[in-house]
Design a protein around this ligand. Structure first.
Ligand code: SAM
Length: 277
């Protein structure tokens, strides 16, 4: 299978790619955000949890560690990611996770065979998120829950303000849109889940706020998570004619500028938990 172009037509090109640098970024993102996103992610003893789109296992480690009595079945369309994720879980010493290469739209499981489903940073890359959620819903037992976490690049705000920085962020949003995804999907979780047939749905915004007083977030979030992601689309943005090199680099410098001692950076993730009606 060509890792850069998964076969599923509903999943266009994965805009961030599968390179080592992107895998490291996903890991940094997960480690930095673990308390903010997962303080309330706990599954009961004996429950079966499906993690859809596990990637290299950046969230899987947290799921396994926080819910040692649950069995977690993690799937991803990328075989290479599944291999890396399995290795990560093995090294971490967890034995409650099973991996399988599978497509969210053609899952090899019995209907209503999971108590909970967990999806993180996946819908933003899908051309048909409602179809994906509907499909996932068929694998949930009645009364089971689905947890969805997504970012929203439109929520990024920072000091010093910079038009150049907003322009490079827009390059990423536009590339993801052209690839069939939606980098601003976080704000849509409630309507998407309701349109997919889920019942009670609670969405909570999770804002990352960073200033120089929180140096671990300056490094972990502004540099290694957000700016690394934007820098990662430099060449595709230039190739697509969305920016020239000088303007792009100016925007990236403006993002780095927010890491200085008077800088501030805010970004909001959205976490939804919905019940199968
Ligand atoms: C941004 S990564 C997120 C990985 C992980 N959830 C995390 O938070 O680190 C998105 C993942 O979704 C996977 N993916 C995309 N479309 C998929 C599909 N149709 N079925 C299964 N996995 C898919 C990609 O291969 C990729 O690993």
């Amino acid at each position: 299978m060509n890792e850069a172009k998964p076969y599923n037509y509903r999943y266009m090109a994965y805009v961030h790619g599968y390179h080592q640098r992107e895998q490291a970024r996903l890991q940094d993102q997960a480690s930095t955000l673990v308390e903010l996103l997962h303080a309330d992610t706990v599954y009961p003893e004996g429950s079966r949890v499906l993690e859809a789109g596990c990637g290299v296992g950046a969230q899987t480690v947290t799921l396994a560690g926080r819910s040692p009595g649950a069995t977690i079945i993690s799937v991803d369309i990328s075989e290479r990611s599944i291999v890396e994720a399995s290795e990560k879980i093995r090294k971490a010493g967890y034995s409650n996770v099973w991996f399988r290469q599978a497509d969210i739209f053609q899952l090899p499981f019995d209907p209503e065979s999971f108590d909970h489903i967990f999806v993180c940073f996946v819908l933003e890359h899908l051309a048909s998120p409602v179809e994906a959620l509907r499909s996932l819903g068929t694998f949930l037992k009645p009364g089971g829950t689905i947890t969805v976490i997504e970012g929203d690049h439109g929520s990024a705000c920072f000091y010093p303000e910079s038009e150049a920085a907003q322009k490079v962020i827009h390059c990423q949003v536009e590339l993801q849109k052209r690839a069939g995804g939606n980098a601003n999907i976080g704000r849509e979780l409630y309507p998407l889940l309701r349109a997919s047939g889920f019942g009670h749905t609670k969405v909570t915004p999770r804002m990352v706020y960073v200033d120089a007083g929180i140096p671990e977030l300056v490094e972990g979030f502004i540099k290694n998570t957000f700016t690394a992601m934007i820098e990662g689309v430099r060449q595709p943005a230039l190739d697509a004619g969305l920016s020239d090199a000088v303007t792009f680099d100016e925007g990236v410098r403006a993002l780095y500028r927010t890491m200085e001692k008077d800088g501030v950076f805010c970004y909001t993730f959205f976490k939804a938990v919905a019940v199968k009606g």
